[in-house]
Design a binder for this molecule. Structure first.
Ligand SMILES: *[C@@H]1O[C@H](CO)[C@@H](O)[C@H](O)[C@H]1NC(C)=O
Ligand SMILES: *[C@@H]1O[C@H](CO)[C@@H](O)[C@H](O)[C@H]1NC(C)=O
Ligand SMILES: *[C@@H]1O[C@H](CO)[C@@H](O)[C@H](O)[C@H]1NC(C)=O
Ligand SMILES: *[C@@H]1O[C@H](CO)[C@@H](O)[C@H](O)[C@H]1NC(C)=O
Ligand SMILES: *[C@@H]1O[C@H](CO)[C@@H](O)[C@H](O)[C@H]1NC(C)=O
Ligand SMILES: *[C@@H]1O[C@H](CO)[C@@H](O)[C@H](O)[C@H]1NC(C)=O
Ligand SMILES: *[C@@H]1O[C@H](CO)[C@@H](O)[C@H](O)[C@H]1NC(C)=O
Ligand SMILES: *[C@@H]1O[C@H](CO)[C@@H](O)[C@H](O)[C@H]1NC(C)=O
Ligand SMILES: *[C@@H]1O[C@H](CO)[C@@H](O)[C@H](O)[C@H]1NC(C)=O
Ligand SMILES: *[C@@H]1O[C@H](CO)[C@@H](O)[C@H](O)[C@H]1NC(C)=O
Ligand SMILES: *[C@@H]1O[C@H](CO)[C@@H](O)[C@H](O)[C@H]1NC(C)=O
Length: 580
């Protein structure tokens, strides 16, 4: 039932906030990093969440790799330098990853000390309508270096990359509103074709099929005469939100907000109270040194936090979720967690409750945040409230990179991160308690055993939808010898019956009633009534869910190199090489 609910919520909105999927498309923007003598290293880290997942990688319509991964395994795929998108206009250089079961894909671009990473969004969280407000590199640099005269920077604008995500021609309309050079035009993109253009003015993209949209800059100046390539996935308009927590990212001396809205919008927070429009440009936001900041908007917007060599698309509160996967490549990783202050004590990392004294409440919000050092791959989850999680790592010069962690489950689950939801079942046939027990052992894992308030709640949710009346057997009965109640959990007996939900007057005297049932009473309290075990009624059967929180992720990371052999100049001369 839970599965049906999750599935329908996904289908109704037409968009998923979850970051795992079976189809991904991305590209590698140009990475200059001050012409570092070392070639860039462009990689995808593919993590399987289920066993026997077949993954294939396609570049320029050529299938480069088909391989099988088991759950918790990660494969790193290295791409050669020329997959990068250097030129404006369309090209062949998109990379597609598809799989038979759900996977997560993490994108890296590294050149010298400059590193960027981001989660690749699956096809079902891409859209057809995107807006990007003006992002002036000159404004950013002038205020960073406190220059008022005009200077010409070598890479004087950010870039937008659109990638046709579907196997069909995509009619993309691009509207650029700028005082200098407004224009409206259409481009027809072939299946999976990327298209790059400079981000000048405010940009509106409307496409006939889904597109992935990246905002990038090959070389954003940083203090110390350096520069970093940056990349930020752009949220489709229907995933925007009206409340945000701006994380207190350490080591950024100058920060701006890049706000995109479709109308005039009021932004309010501890330190700002302004009205922004589609031509507002970058908003200085130097308030993150000591504390995170809560910002609310009068309408849906998207907000990006920008610093020298750093770009972060903020997670709107509406995209907070129950469970995240964080993957840190280095030992200096940091998970930044945002949770409701009232329930911040219930955040888990893998199977362990996170106990931290460092939670700080965020002024003017019901949220608190904490930063946790982590290395390797982990799940972070909350049993009953949605949280926000970012993952950051640090370059050698201390500047952070990273972004929102991958969302595994939108909805919280009391047992962790759901790989396969728990299931309740019933049948129209009526039977005795022992027959019901056999029937459920045959069809699921046994009778439903609501041994906690949460479990009772989940069972009630199922029964509410079942619309029947009368009593149904549950896995609770009395010992003939001691007359103690016990849970029949599959084939096991469990005599600790701490939680109960008996109806008034129940349980009845032992000689009248040795078995227990749940009542479809008119008030829908689903209280329990004892009954003679030979009474015939329908059973409630239960099957446990399966959880990612139980997965051990491999630290062993399989490397796969896509290289060109010596003397082969055509991009099609690909070879695959394995290496440990
Ligand atoms: C920027 O420079 C001007 C003078 O050139 C100075 O008055 C101002 O204080 C400087 N601002 C900052 C933030 O350094
Ligand atoms: C795309 O569509 C074409 C023609 O409809 C088909 O031949 C091809 O296999 C499809 N490619 C993929 C990756 O689905
Ligand atoms: C693309 O869409 C525009 C409207 O946005 C339309 O005028 C144009 O004819 C379309 N082009 C094709 C080839 O379908
Ligand atoms: C804002 O976005 C949320 C989903 O993110 C949506 O439910 C809501 O209707 C939107 N509000 C407006 C005014 O568009
Ligand atoms: C930030 O500013 C401080 C003091 O001005 C400086 O020591 C530090 O190196 C700067 N950090 C970065 C990442 O630029
Ligand atoms: C990931 O870690 C490995 C081993 O420490 C290192 O060689 C590689 O450069 C790192 N990659 C990224 C993108 O940080
Ligand atoms: C935000 O918090 C400050 C200090 O706690 C308080 O004075 C102010 O009224 C609050 N503003 C809003 C909009 O809640
Ligand atoms: C359980 O399954 C066995 C073997 O399939 C069958 O013989 C038996 O009748 C089933 N019992 C019930 C209660 O369905
Ligand atoms: C219960 O025990 C029977 C017989 O020993 C076995 O076939 C069945 O798999 C067990 N069921 C569960 C859920 O453990
Ligand atoms: C129960 O009733 C509701 C509302 O009448 C309906 O939407 C739902 O499909 C019914 N469920 C079943 C299992 O018949
Ligand atoms: C893509 O393939 C076409 C031929 O199928 C080739 O002409 C082109 O150079 C290739 N592009 C890249 C970037 O590999």
């Amino acid at each position: 039932m839970l599965f049906v609910l999750l599935f329908s919520s996904l289908v109704c909105q037409g968009l998923s906030v979850e970051s795992y999927g079976k189809d991904f498309i991305t590209a590698f923007p140009e990475n200059v990093a001050y012409y570092h003598p070392q070639d860039p290293s462009n990689t995808l880290q593919i993590t399987a969440l289920y066993d026997d997942t077949t993954v294939s990688i396609t570049f320029n319509h050529t299938n480069l790799f088909d391989g099988k991964l088991q759950h918790g395994q990660t494969k790193t795929v290295h791409f050669p330098k020329y997959v990068e998108l250097y030129h404006y206009a369309s090209s062949d250089n998109s990379v597609r990853v598809s799989s038979t079961k759900m996977i997560m894909v993490l994108w890296f671009s590294q050149r010298g000390n400059s590193i960027q990473s981001s989660i690749v969004k699956p096809l079902n969280s891409l859209g057809k309508r995107y807006l990007i407000s003006p992002i002036s590199y000159t404004q950013m640099m002038s205020s960073l270096y406190n220059i008022t005269t005009s200077v010409s920077w070598r890479y004087n604008s950010f870039r937008v990359i659109l990638i046709n995500a579907e196997n069909a021609t995509n009619n993309v309309s691009i509207q650029v509103s700028s005082t200098d050079n407004p224009k409206n035009y259409n481009v027809l993109l072939n299946p999976y074709e990327p298209y790059q253009f400079p981000s000048i003015g405010s940009i509106k993209v409307t496409s006939s099929n889904k597109v992935n949209v990246l905002l990038t800059h090959p070389c954003v100046e940083t203090p110390g005469c350096n520069c970093n390539m940056v990349v930020s996935p752009v949220l489709p308009q229907n995933l925007w939100g009206d409340s945000f927590v701006v994380p207190s990212v350490k080591n950024l001396n100058s920060t701006w907000l890049h706000v995109t809205s479709s109308t005039k919008v009021k932004l309010q927070g501890q330190n700002i109270k302004i009205e922004v429009s589609s031509s507002s440009g970058l908003i200085p936001f130097p308030y993150l040194q000591s504390a995170s900041q809560f910002i609310s908007a009068s309408d849906n917007v998207s907000i990006r936090l920008i610093g020298p060599g750093f770009v972060l698309e903020l997670i709107p509160k509406t995209m907070f979720a129950g469970c995240y996967l964080v993957q840190m490549n280095s030992t200096k990783g940091e998970a930044f967690i945002i949770a409701e202050t009232a329930s911040m004590g219930n955040v888990y990392v893998d199977g362990q409750l996170l106990s931290s004294k460092d939670w700080k409440s965020i002024i003017n919000s019901s949220y608190s945040s904490v930063s946790v050092s982590l290395s390797g791959t982990h799940v972070i989850w909350h049993p009953d409230s949605k949280i926000g999680v970012y993952m950051f790592e640090r370059m050698e010069n201390g500047i952070p990179y990273g972004g929102p962690a991958g969302i595994l489950n939108e909805d919280p689950d009391r047992n962790g991160c759901v790989a396969e939801p728990e299931q309740y079942k019933t049948t129209t046939a009526v039977m005795t308690w022992p027959e019901s027990n056999d029937y459920c052992l045959n069809t699921t894992q046994g009778l439903s055993t609501p041994d906690s308030a949460k479990a009772q709640q989940e069972m009630s949710k199922f029964l509410l939808n079942d619309n029947s009346s009368g009593l149904l057997w549950i896995g609770l009965r009395r010992s003939l010898l001691t007359l103690d109640w016990y849970w029949q959990i599959g084939n096991e007996s469990e005599f600790n019956v701490d939680y109960t939900n008996w109806a008034e007057g129940h349980p009845d005297k032992p000689w009248k009633a040795l078995c227990a049932s749940v009542s479809q009473d008119a008030k829908k309290t689903f209280s329990w009534k004892s009954a003679p075990c030979c009474t015939k009624m329908r059973p409630v059967c239960y099957k446990k869910g399966q959880y990612f929180s139980d997965i051990t992720f491999d630290s062993l990371n399989d490397h796969l190199y896509i290289v060109t052999p010596q003397g082969c100049n055509s991009p099609l001369c690909f070879l695959l090489q394995f290496s440990e």
